[in-house]
Write a protein that binds this ligand. Structure first.
Ligand SMILES: [Zn+2]
Ligand SMILES: [Zn+2]
Length: 111
């Protein structure tokens, strides 16, 4: 499945119209949050706790109000966002984006 059209839905959200006519709206904040790049997914790479002394302070990136400055095509299977916080290494495949659609059709309320 590929997007037919990718447009700005609002200042903080993106609208993707798919080949099959399905429309998906994604908040930039949400997209930034699920960034699939290695830097944003350090799970499984457990860091050892320091034995004593200094405490590691987790780096907190504020993803609120983050917007996309630019969207670039990656081949014919994905897009890449240039976020307003300077991050730009996440490649979002169309499959991934489609699977993220949270509309009522794609995510029927499960009892
Ligand atoms: Zn990332
Ligand atoms: Zn949907």
């Amino acid at each position: 499945m590929k997007p037919k059209e990718i447009t700005e839905f609002s200042q903080s959200a993106l609208l993707i119209t798919w080949e099959d006519g399905h429309e998906s709206v994604y908040a930039y904040e949400e997209l930034r949050e699920v960034c699939p790049c290695a830097a944003c997914n350090t799970d499984g790479k457990r860091e050892e706790k320091p034995k004593s002394g200094f405490r590691r302070i987790p780096l907190r990136v504020s993803r609120a109000n983050v917007t996309s400055k630019r969207i670039e095509d990656v081949g014919s299977y994905a897009i890449r966002f240039y976020w307003s916080d300077g991050h730009d290494t996440g490649i979002y495949t169309f499959d991934f984006l489609r699977s993220m659609c949270s509309c009522n059709d794609c995510m029927p309320e499960a009892g």
